[in-house]
Unconditional design. Structure first.
Length: 128
């Protein structure tokens, strides 16, 4: 009986590890941003950005595909009316400056990221 319970425990651990590995391999969504913008106080160029949510649904990563520069932010529950397959980057525009306001990934969203910017216009870039 001891031998069987040891194998059962080992099989359970292997299955749990396989499930965890499958969760961490989440697909990324690419979003084209046609203008330069500010994210986390750094200037980011116009271009294609990959957006990926971690396997636990707590962190979203924004990565410039060309330069590999990336940022991570915590995400939390959004509204029930969000499209679960949609990724949206929202920007505020103050004169010539665009600043990343939020990242929505399905039904979760970051808090406001550009609190120091006085906003005058709201712009959205989306991907699927």
């Amino acid at each position: 009986m001891r031998f069987v319970s040891g194998k059962l425990f080992l099989a359970t651990a292997v299955l749990a590890a396989a499930a965890f590995a499958a969760q961490t391999a989440k697909a990324e969504t690419r979003v084209n941003v046609p203008f330069g913008f500010i994210a986390a106080g750094q200037a980011m160029p116009a271009g294609t950005y990959a957006v990926q949510k971690d396997s636990f649904g707590n962190v979203v990563t924004l990565r410039n595909v060309r330069t590999s520069q990336s940022f991570n932010w915590l995400i939390g529950a959004g509204g029930a009316d969000y499209d679960h397959s949609k990724v949206t980057l929202s920007f505020d525009n103050a004169g010539e400056t665009h600043a990343l306001r939020t990242i929505q990934y399905g039904d979760v969203i970051t808090s406001r990221l550009d609190r120091n910017l006085v906003r005058s216009e709201h712009i959205i870039a989306s991907g699927r």
